[in-house]
Ligand binder design. Structure first.
Ligand SMILES: [Zn+2]
Length: 626
């Protein structure tokens, strides 16, 4: 038998070679397939954001680098690689749904505030929210979004390579992933803390770190607020004097929720959504140029109820708050809330309410239907009015016209059902329904606020009641962009215009005169300055009181009405600049010092915009002339 050529042996007897050498060699293609699988969960989101021009390239680069991290366990434990990838994939998929969902609804990247709101909300609130945003196309979109990574996962093959190769790769990946920190600490010789925060910044755009870091920051904020806001060793305000110290008085603050003043009849809206308040309007001071500083509850209220404002956003943690000052002035303080705060679960909002001497939580049952109408506050309000203390401060926090609007009012308040008088651009069935539901929730809110005023009036107590909403809400108000909700990155007047009403008892009016002879109700005003108006109304003075920030003071000064996230000071913008194109030239029709006298550090607005007397934002003009 002639000797068999060597090549032929190889071809005809492959069994002599170890099986699957091809599988054992490192394969770049297979490596890329694994990488693609992990990158998918952050990459799709960041790619959409980049290519639609919402944000720059940073997020996409970070997604590319940070997704490498998940390859490490796969390379260290190749035998279990697919299982590890499967589990990691599910976690990444689930956390990416938040940012993808947010992107689909708001066309914006996830922000810190949004993550905070997720952790502030409870289940009932979230399901209402999802319910109101749900659209049929979301189901197939979700199916496709899920199917793609599943198909990739099924085809994943071992990356291969010798242990040395895999270890070297692992080391390189760790180096790349940790580079932001190493760069700071080793190359630039900065502190470990700096390096760590750089690392956090780089990982934030990538799933699941967005949520993980968001949660860590939220917990930090919560414990910080708990420690500082509720601290008993806060120094009292110096020079505090109460001009009503010897008179029994009951002061009431009613805080509404998500109510755009331009959708209220009393503010000139074409539909009569506030018949009750309108009927008592000659007993009210109706301020029509008041704007929230932030479109979110906690963020807005922490400024409205303290010295904090857009330029000094942390003062609520450093200085006494409105509730602290009322206590210092000798008032017994009460906080009634129909917001969905759960006593068991600590949130920033519950922490805020704990400043008061006593709380009444009305909406705190987890299993309870979230449709708990605001009239639930009448009973406890009545009880508190009857309390014997001579000085009472009662804060009533309503759920107001919060989304989903149809859960905010009983059937008897289904006033607007027809579509005949809807704005012409509200055409789709779903939009028409929600538009009407929002107006109905405002009619019910009118009933609640007017009833609280009636209760106060009937009690015959000496004092006043102030009502404002924490922020507005856009509900298909503008033809060029049909949208319902709030979004700080895309502000509109509807999200910031808030009702601001003051009712005073006859005795209070006699003893605490406000010079209403000039038309103060058109003064432009930021809710973040409310603290000073409240103290002025109450007749409480102290060193550091700024009458320029009081809307009822004869020394009122039209100050900046800044909106935007104070964490990015150069992005703050003045309402006059943003919503009143006509006001771009200085208008100084108000009495008081000229606006030029203001010394303000932020560069993004001009103090020269002055007051916008009696005007409605250009975008909202149609509401007056449908
Ligand atoms: Zn709110």
């Amino acid at each position: 038998m002639p000797p068999v050529p060597l090549t032929q042996v190889h071809l005809s007897e492959p069994d002599f070679r170890p099986k699957d050498t091809r599988q054992d060699r490192f394969s770049t293609t297979r490596f890329l397939a694994w990488f693609l699988f992990f990158f998918y969960f952050s990459g799709v989101h960041q790619a959409i954001i980049y290519f639609s021009g919402i944000a720059g390239f940073f997020g996409l680069t970070q997604a590319l680098v940070m997704s490498l991290l998940w390859l490490v366990p796969v390379m260290l434990f190749p035998a279990r690689g697919k299982l590890i990838a499967g589990i990691t994939g599910v976690v990444l998929w689930a956390s990416s749904l938040f940012s993808m969902g947010y992107l689909a609804l708001y066309r914006q990247d996830f922000s810190q505030s949004v993550i905070f709101i997720i952790f502030e909300s409870n289940w009932a609130e979230s399901s209402e929210f999802l319910h109101s945003y749900f659209a049929w196309w979301m189901l197939p979109a979700l199916a496709i979004y899920t199917l793609i990574p599943w198909l990739i996962w099924r085809r994943l093959q071992p990356i291969g390579g010798k242990p040395v190769t895999r270890l070297l790769l692992t080391f390189t990946i760790c180096l790349a992933v940790c580079w932001p920190m190493l760069d700071r600490v080793i190359i630039n010789k900065e502190s470990l803390a700096n390096g760590f925060s750089e690392q956090v910044n780089s990982m934030e755009p990538v799933a699941p770190w967005q949520l993980v870091m968001g949660y860590v920051k939220y917990r930090q904020a919560l414990s910080n607020v708990e420690n500082r806001l509720l601290a008993s060793d806060k120094p009292p305000l110096e020079g505090l004097a109460d001009s009503n110290a010897d008179t029994p008085s009951t002061l009431v603050l009613v805080i509404g929720e998500s109510t755009n003043s331009r959708r209220m009849g009393i503010y000139g809206y074409y539909r009569d959504t506030t018949p009750r308040l309108k009927a008592m309007s000659d007993e009210l001071l109706v301020f029509d140029q008041v704007y929230a500083s932030r479109p979110y509850t906690v963020e807005s209220l922490e400024q409205a109820l303290s010295f904090a404002d857009q330029l000094q956003p942390k003062l609520h943690l450093e200085m006494p708050t409105l509730v602290d000052v009322m206590k210092q002035a000798g008032y017994r303080t009460y906080w009634i809330t129909n917001q969905q705060t759960q006593t068991q679960r600590n949130t920033l909002l519950t922490t805020f309410s704990k400043q008061a001497d006593e709380q009444v939580y009305l909406n705190n049952n987890r299993s309870q239907n979230s449709a708990q109408y605001d009239e639930a506050v009448f009973r406890p309000f009545e009880d508190l009015l009857n309390r014997p203390e001579s000085k009472k401060f009662i804060l009533v926090h309503l759920i107001g016209t919060h989304r989903a609007y149809r859960y905010r009012y009983p059937d008897t308040f289904k006033i607007f059902n027809d579509n005949e008088d809807l704005p012409p651009w509200v055409r789709r069935k779903r939009h028409r329904r929600e538009y009407n539901e929002y107006d109905n929730s405002i009619v019910y809110n009118d009933f609640v606020v007017a009833s609280l005023i009636e209760q106060m009036k009937k009690s015959g107590q000496n004092g006043y009641l102030v009502y404002f909403a924490d922020h507005g809400e856009e509900v298909y108000d503008y033809p060029h962009h049909l949208f319902a909700g709030r979004e700080e990155a895309a502000p509109t007047p509807a999200m910031y215009s808030v009702p601001f009403l003051v009712w005073r008892s006859e005795s209070w009016k006699r003893n605490n005169r406000i010079d209403v002879s000039y038309d103060m109700t058109h003064r432009i005003y930021s809710l973040s300055d409310f603290f000073h108006t409240w103290m002025d109304l109450a007749g409480i003075s102290f060193s550091g009181f700024d009458p320029g920030k009081s809307i009822i003071s004869r020394w009122y000064t039209p100050g900046p009405v800044l909106i935007g996230n104070p964490a990015k000071p150069d992005a703050l913008v003045d309402v006059r600049q943003k919503f009143f194109p006509a006001a771009a030239t200085p208008v100084t029709t108000m009495t008081g010092p000229a606006p030029e006298a203001l010394q303000l550090p932020a560069p993004a607005y001009s103090p020269g915009y002055g007051a916008v007397t009696g005007a409605v934002p250009a975008l909202d003009q149609w509401l007056l002339h449908p």
